[in-house]
Ligand binder design. Structure first.
Ligand code: AMP
Ligand code: MG
Length: 345
């Protein structure tokens, strides 16, 4: 068994690893040495220990206040060597995360106060769909709603860009998942000028300030949602150009994956540098302590999913979720009904 069990479950390394002071090329970033632990450790951790581990682990990928954010300080690959032999451990680690998430979701649903909005943004083939599928696999579908935002319809184009998102906000007690979101309106719309033109805005608002103004609007909107009980986590699945190329070729070579590939994906790839700059600025202006961005290393799908689940567990832990307390009167009533049921003939 390798000595790499620093993932989620038992990380003891430098928690601030991605925030290096001197800019370094990703390829030259030294891989960290990992702490040794045992797989059995997972089962023996109590709930409090699990919370602490997920807090420490997810913190490394959390941007928090985005003021000085630089994308180049964040890796696209895990900072530990993971091979095929590590798959069972990764699987078990994700399972533990998902079980914990399911337990927290049950409480959130019962408490009916908070809602959680998870936003996923990424370049094509970064693994958004797979992450959503695997991370939410153990969650009660009743407490969860997924919305995928595509190119806006004619009806959506007749409204402001937040309109279609507002309509799909999670109800209290539920988890809402946005597969893309209003952030497309400061990403694809910014990278491709003709798309902005097609938004039919009054000309006086289409100025070079439009992006800063949209960032401000988004910050305010998220602040508003937070104050009304919606906790927002935003995930940027940070895949490398090299890994995207590999996944595109796989999609073309494998008939079962052909449906996932579109010529538009290949075209978007040619705008890679523009997208990276745009993502960087977007994260810098819209990551806040309350509604943070997470930059998830996405070149390894299993690792990315563990990062995501640990961030969700940590955020939910901080909401102090609890089953509603039943009043003394209600308790007495329940006891009386119980007795009546027992006495029934
Ligand atoms: P996918 O998620 O891969 O199925 O693709 C959805 C496509 O819709 C992506 O190419 C997005 O960039 C695009 N899209 C989503 N929102 C917008 C928007 N507001 N304006 C233009 N294109 C969008
Ligand atoms: Mg696509």
């Amino acid at each position: 068994m390798q000595d790499y069990f620093c993932i989620f479950i038992s990380y003891h390394g430098n928690t601030m690893a991605p925030k290096k002071k001197t800019p370094e090329k990703k390829s030259s970033v030294k891989k960290q040495s990992a702490a040794v632990s045992k797989l059995e450790d997972i089962g023996s951790l109590n709930r409090k220990e699990l919370s602490e581990r997920s807090r420490k682990f997810s913190k490394r990928f959390c941007v928090g206040d985005g003021d000085n954010f630089q994308l180049k300080k964040y890796r696209t690959d895990p900072d530990i060597d993971l091979g095929p032999e590590d798959k069972p451990v990764m699987k078990r680690t994700l399972e533990v995360g998902v079980e914990t998430l399911a337990e927290l979701q049950d409480k959130m649903y019962a408490q009916d106060k908070w809602s959680l909005l998870l936003i996923f943004q990424a370049m094509d083939a970064a693994g958004k769909d797979g992450a959503i599928k695997h991370v939410m696999s153990g969650v009660n579908p009743q407490g969860c709603q997924v919305t995928a935002f595509k190119v806006p319809s004619a009806e959506e184009m007749d409204h402001d860009y937040l309109w279609r998102c507002q309509k799909n906000m999670p109800e209290r007690g539920r988890i809402g998942i946005f597969n893309r979101s209003y952030y497309e309106d400061v990403l694809v719309v910014r990278v491709h000028e003709p798309i902005l033109k097609a938004q039919k805005l009054p000309e006086k608002f289409v100025t070079p300030d439009i992006w800063k103004n949209r960032f401000k609007d988004i910050r305010n909107y998220e602040k508003y949602l937070y104050r009304n009980g919606t906790k927002i986590l935003k995930f940027f699945l940070n895949v490398s150009g090299k890994e995207q190329k590999k996944r595109f070729i796989e999609r073309i070579d494998n008939p079962e994956k052909n449906w996932k590939f579109s010529t538009a994906d290949a075209k978007e790839r040619t705008f890679w540098e523009d997208y990276m700059k745009t993502y960087e600025e977007m994260i810098r202006f819209t990551s806040t302590k309350e509604s943070p961005w997470y930059v998830v290393p996405a070149d390894n799908k299993s690792y990315a999913r563990i990062v995501i689940v640990s961030a969700i567990v940590n955020a939910m832990d901080e909401l102090n979720l609890a089953y509603p307390k039943v009043s003394k009167e209600k308790l007495a009533e329940l006891r009386a009904i119980r007795q009546a049921l027992i006495d029934e003939k």
